[in-house]
Design a protein around this ligand. Structure first.
Ligand SMILES: [Zn+2]
Ligand SMILES: [Zn+2]
Length: 314
């Protein structure tokens, strides 16, 4: 007769998940708790949240960001003293974004969370589908255009709802990929930007936080599944241009044969990043187009937008 395996944490309920890197067999309840507890501990370790914060959560409609919204809303409801608002960016990718906007709207109304949607088209005069046609060459990758615009769009969205903080759902895998991309590109300075100590930036001192940075992507996906969080199934049609996708598969293959290797690599990355951590980029000048702080006379967002718009008008 076969016995059902019992959770190694509570010794009560049947197992739903085996955490290979720690050797734990977890029941549903203990698994859910472990994820929420990890996010709370990460936030406390890096002083990410303060009493009275108005937190704008960047919500794309994927499993990571909807799970983050869910977890932060739960913590906020439980402890009080913080307010959660969802901010969503419409990149203008036909078919892909339409599905997720629907999911975001429905999920937010179920949670009772206000949503703010900003689009690349209205903010920068060009959307991603157009950018992919008008970009001067493949060297200007979809992800670099999109990343430049997204950071600015999130800032604007957060400011427009009067937020103190922007929370994004970057997970351990994302951080590790960013580290490896910078390492392979020889971009050592950027490695110093990964360390998640809250950075004050912008005239209003908006803070950026990443509560999921110490959690595996796969574990967030399983959390979303257990909590029945709906999420967009479609992949971004432009994602395969990025070396990120290859690094993601590479690291997951290593992890499958050597559980915990991603966590070890993450810890090494954190030590290196902390050593290299520099003062936030000195952005003394003001961009002559948008008036925001910039490292040159025109900021990278305005520069990118003007290249793309010029060419789409030709
Ligand atoms: Zn348990
Ligand atoms: Zn500018």
């Amino acid at each position: 007769m076969q016995h059902e395996r019992i959770c190694t944490k509570c010794h009560e309920h049947p197992v739903v998940y085996f955490r290979a890197y720690s050797g734990e067999y977890l029941c549903r309840k203990c698994y859910i708790w472990s994820i929420e507890d990890k996010a709370a501990k990460t936030m406390s370790k890096f002083s990410m949240m303060r009493y009275g914060d108005r937190i704008a959560v960047g919500v794309s409609g994927g499993k990571d960001s909807l799970s983050l919204l869910y977890v932060l809303k739960k913590i906020s409801d439980h402890h009080g003293g913080t307010e959660i608002i969802a901010v969503t960016i419409d990149e203008g990718i036909e078919g892909y974004r339409d599905e997720s906007l629907q999911i975001v709207k429905q999920f937010c109304s179920k949670l009772g969370v206000q949503t703010n949607i900003q689009s690349y088209r209205s903010l920068f005069g060009v959307d991603m589908d157009e950018a992919m046609v008008s970009r001067p060459s493949d060297k200007m990758s979809s992800c670099s255009i999109c990343g430049t615009f997204r950071r600015r769009a999130l800032d604007i969205a957060a400011e427009s709802v009067g937020a103190d903080v922007i929370a994004t759902a970057h997970n351990l895998d994302d951080q590790l990929q960013t580290f490896l991309i910078n390492l392979l590109a020889g971009d050592v300075e950027r490695i110093g930007w990964i360390y998640p100590e809250p950075v004050q930036y912008g005239p209003d001192g908006l803070r950026k936080i990443k509560p999921f940075v110490e959690i595996y992507e796969r574990e967030i996906a399983f959390y979303a599944l257990l909590q029945e969080i709906p999420f967009q199934s479609q992949e971004c049609p432009y994602m395969h241009e990025s070396v990120r996708t290859e690094l993601r598969e590479f690291m997951n293959n290593l992890e499958n044969n050597r559980p915990g290797i991603k966590y070890n690599a993450y810890n090494s990355m954190m030590k290196i990043s902390k050593q290299l951590r520099a003062a936030p980029a000195t952005e003394a000048e003001k961009c002559s187009i948008c008036g925001r702080c910039s490292t040159g006379s025109i900021c990278s967002v305005c520069r990118t937008a003007s290249i793309l718009k010029q060419r789409s008008a030709d």
